[in-house]
Design a protein. Structure first.
Length: 240
């Protein structure tokens, strides 16, 4: 099952295809004229999904259809003590992933991951953030938005641990009339990371700290009769 479930014509006849295309054009025109875009979600998995929805600042200013051109990516090195390093850009908003370089290890300590910034004159309005809970088996959950592009961070809730298995991190979606964004069991994979929430900057979940007895020892009488000892195993928390 595809993540983006798009509507199809009632049949392959030319008339049904024309009606389908005309209906899509009318819905799109109405959405842009009214400034109200309906995003529809579904969850076919057996776990509850929590989502964090926010405006996609990279593409919201251009609108649908303007994102077909390749996105520009740049690398910038800022030496220690540098001030006033100016970078001219052709857009007013950008996302920055940055890290300190550790030459002794040859690696980067990342402290920003796709953090959004606005340039001078880009406007001071606050970006809207929303949370959405989609229960198992839900279909056709409609969410009206004031923008045509959004970014979704979503995760499966594991009640036994009280954590979220995040499978989408700031994934972009664009409005399409009649399209459904579907979550399925296949989104749960081994490489997903567990967080305490799906909101911006939510930290990773810590492993359980309580010790558990894996094998119960025998009684004193049994030990004397058998002439042997017992082994008590504990699951200890990881070192700090």
């Amino acid at each position: 099952m595809a993540t983006m479930r798009r509507p199809v014509p009632a049949s392959n006849s030319a008339w049904d295809c024309v009606v389908h295309a005309a209906d899509a054009v009318c819905q799109t025109a109405s959405a842009y004229l009214n400034g109200r875009f309906i995003f529809t979600f579904a969850n076919t998995a057996k776990r509850t999904v929590k989502m964090h929805l926010t405006e996609d600042a990279d593409g919201s200013e251009k609108g649908k259809g303007a994102g077909s051109e390749a996105r520009a990516d740049y690398f910038l090195t800022v030496p220690p003590g540098a001030e006033g390093v100016e970078v001219p850009m052709a857009f007013s908003r950008l996302r920055v992933t940055a890290g300190f370089f550790h030459p002794e290890m040859g690696s980067y300590e990342v402290f920003w991951e796709s953090r959004p910034f606005k340039g001078k004159g880009a406007g001071s309005e606050a970006r809207a953030d929303y949370f959405l809970t989609v229960p198992p088996g839900a279909e056709g959950v409609e969410v009206p938005m004031a923008f045509s592009r959004l970014r979704v961070t979503a995760g499966f809730f594991h009640p036994e641990m009280g954590t979220y298995e995040v499978f989408w991190e700031s994934r972009p979606f664009a409005y399409e009339p009649g399209c459904t964004i579907a979550v399925a069991a296949r989104h749960s994979v081994d490489v997903n990371r567990f967080h305490i929430d799906v909101g911006p900057g939510a930290p990773l979940a810590s492993p359980p700290q309580s010790a558990k007895v894996l094998e119960a020892p025998a009684s004193g009488a049994d030990l004397r009769q058998a002439g042997q000892g017992s082994l008590r195993l504990f699951a200890l928390p990881p070192p700090p």
